[in-house]
Write a protein that binds this ligand. Structure first.
Ligand SMILES: [Fe+2]
Length: 289
């Protein structure tokens, strides 16, 4: 059987696989070997808390897709547009210009990413992405994380106050296709992230249309990658600092849109630390719950 037309005719063949609203700025530095590491009085996060899991949320309460669509509508031509005005708002149909993903050395990728990062960071209005994100994190994600900490004995009970640091703004990622580009396997420790953080990853587009999702290994170094089975209306928790992950190419002409962020947990996370030779590329909000 002949492959689908889009699979044999990729529109994206150079540069980055995704346009993202933040970028890793970590560079190898000889100073890294002398880094004393973060101070974590409680040591390593409990294994039960680091276990990959998928958390469902109520889309009638916490749907970030409409705010993302509004943001993309005004983001400008370097980020992309909807070719069909009648389907404006359907995130899978959003088109990112191939030029905006080209080799960052040529500048275009860096410029488009920096612009998208600025648009996300400025979306503070009521009903905008950041307020919706804050509500989602504080009302759904952190209480769930707190329950998990209490369940494994890391907290005396669910009422014990605990401090969290969550990445704000979150990272918005657009992965258009059909593409030959992919995100190589890596652990976030490679980019200066510390053990006491957890990663959260949520798709805003249907995997049945984009045919792509993030792949994770089950344990650090296991190399047994499997695709994350997750739907819109769910957010995955995983320990991306130690578990390697990658994203295969998007073979379809639908764009994958996702949001991800990290959360540091008091006692396990050092808010004052950044690896020598790296520059922090995410700002964080501190909350006590
Ligand atoms: Fe990563």
């Amino acid at each position: 059987m002949a492959p689908p037309p889009e699979a044999s005719d990729p529109a994206y063949v150079t540069g980055a696989a995704t346009l993202r609203s933040a970028k890793h700025t970590a560079r190898y530095s000889k100073a890294r070997k002398d880094d004393p590491g973060p101070v974590a009085p409680r040591g390593a996060l409990p294994a039960e808390v680091m276990e990959t899991c998928v958390i469902s949320y109520d889309r009638s309460v916490h749907d970030l897709a409409p705010a993302v669509a509004r943001l993309l509508k005004r983001a400008g031509p370097a980020v992309g547009s909807w070719p069909d005005p009648d389907r404006c708002g359907d995130l899978e149909d959003f088109v990112v210009p191939a030029q905006s993903l080209r080799d960052s050395k040529a500048g275009s990728c860096d410029e488009a990413q920096a612009h998208l990062a600025d648009v996300v960071a400025a979306d503070e209005s009521r009903g905008g992405l950041l307020q919706s994100f804050d509500a989602f994190v504080c009302e759904r994600v952190l209480p769930e994380l707190k329950r998990r900490l209490a369940a494994c004995g890391a907290l005396a009970n669910e009422h014990e106050p605990v401090r969290f640091w969550y990445q704000r703004p979150p990272t918005l990622r657009l992965q258009p296709g059909p593409s030959t580009r992919f995100v190589r396997a890596h652990a976030d420790a490679d980019y200066g992230h510390q053990h006491g953080e957890l990663n959260f990853w949520m798709p805003l587009t249907c995997q049945s249309r984009t045919k792509t999702t993030i792949w994770l290994e089950s344990e650090a170094g296991a190399g047994d990658y499997s695709p994350l089975d997750i739907a819109v209306g769910q957010v995955a928790l995983f320990h991306g600092t130690s578990r390697r992950h990658h994203v295969p190419r998007n073979p379809t002409s639908s764009t994958r849109v996702s949001i991800d962020f990290r959360v540091g947990v008091e006692g396990y996370f050092d808010p004052g630390w950044s690896m020598k030779g790296t520059r922090a590329d995410h700002s964080r909000m501190q909350v006590m719950l």
